[in-house]
Design a protein around this ligand. Structure first.
Ligand SMILES: NC(=O)c1ccc[n+]([C@@H]2O[C@H](COP(=O)([O-])OP(=O)(O)OC[C@H]3O[C@@H](n4cnc5c(N)ncnc54)[C@H](OP(=O)(O)O)[C@@H]3O)[C@@H](O)[C@H]2O)c1
Length: 254
């Protein structure tokens, strides 16, 4: 797969990984649809990168947790470019929470963005992808999808849901030649992690993460996960019996 002349949609393109993906793809001669709520950031990005680019751009304000906004943004994308070839569903939300501040609204925002933000886009994309018998859906999940980490229960659960959902889609849509790619990054330096006050092992720059993701999509990998050390450790942690995991987690070793 290559990005030349493809119509590529990126959600959560205003900052972090999505922004870096947009910058890389701006040089790949494609038609880019950039989505986020802060349209001013998207427009600012485009005015910065478009002079040194061979791609075309469409920026759209859309809250991915709102089905009607996703429907509207899809319509506008099709009006402008006629189709979408690759959708990178990257928009995400994470906030740690202490038990004393327990608040279900945070769960609604987390699942609304990280899970329904994907589901609503897939609902729009599928009919045309199935008719055409091709298309790529790239969902950004996380290596935090395999255990419940203290203070991040909503986030971990939402990423577990995203990963399992994408796996089911991959199996189901293979017969329609629709490729589903799951991306599972470790820690990446972005506004999302800038808020964290804990140690983040092997944290990498967003530019590097975006480069790994683009190369992985080009190779049509099923799962793009990085960096290796964190993949290895999270796999091991995933295998730990619950009691042992909880013992180390309570001591804040995990
Ligand atoms: N950074 C990490 O260590 C890490 C690790 C694993 C996975 N990830 C995943 O990678 C993805 C990108 O995260 P990031 O680290 O680049 O974080 P980020 O810099 O905070 O970017 C999040 C992006 O999502 C957009 N967004 C959030 N809520 C939205 C909504 N309701 N509707 C539309 N757009 C929304 C934000 O734009 P607006 O606020 O302008 O809407 C922003 O562009 C997320 O799915 C995240 O869970 C990150």
């Amino acid at each position: 797969m290559n990005f030349q002349n493809k119509v590529v949609l990126i959600t959560g393109a205003s900052t972090g990984i999505g922004k870096e993906l947009s910058i890389i793809l701006s040089k790949r001669n494609c038609k880019l649809i950039l989505i986020a709520r802060r349209i001013e950031l998207l427009d600012g990005l485009v005015s910065k990168i478009s002079h040194n680019s061979n791609s075309e751009f469409l920026t759209l304000k859309c809250d991915v947790s709102k089905k009607e906004e996703v429907t509207e943004a899809y319509k506008k994308s099709i009006d402008k470019f006629g189709k979408i070839d690759i959708a990178i569903l990257n928009a995400g939300f994470a906030e740690n929470m202490k038990a004393e501040e327990y608040n279900s609204e945070l769960a609604e925002t987390t699942f609304g963005t990280n899970v329904f933000g994907m589901i609503y886009w897939v609902e729009q994309l599928l009919p045309e992808f199935i008719k055409r018998r091709n298309g790529f859906i790239v969902g950004i999940s996380s290596l935090a999808d395999n255990r419940g980490f203290s203070g991040s229960g909503f986030y971990c659960a939402s990423k577990a849901a995203a990963s399992v959902y994408l796996e089911g889609l991959r199996v189901e849509l293979a017969e329609f030649n629709i490729k589903i790619i799951t991306v599972k990054p470790g820690f990446v330096k972005t506004p999302m992690t800038d808020k964290n006050d804990f140690y983040m092992p092997f944290i990498m720059e967003a530019t590097k993460a975006a480069d790994i993701i683009i190369k992985g999509i080009e190779k049509e990998k099923r799962i793009i996960q990085f960096p290796f050390a964190v993949v290895f450790v999270t796999k091991l942690v995933g295998f730990l019996p619950g009691k042992i995991y909880e013992f180390f987690a309570k001591k804040k070793i995990l």
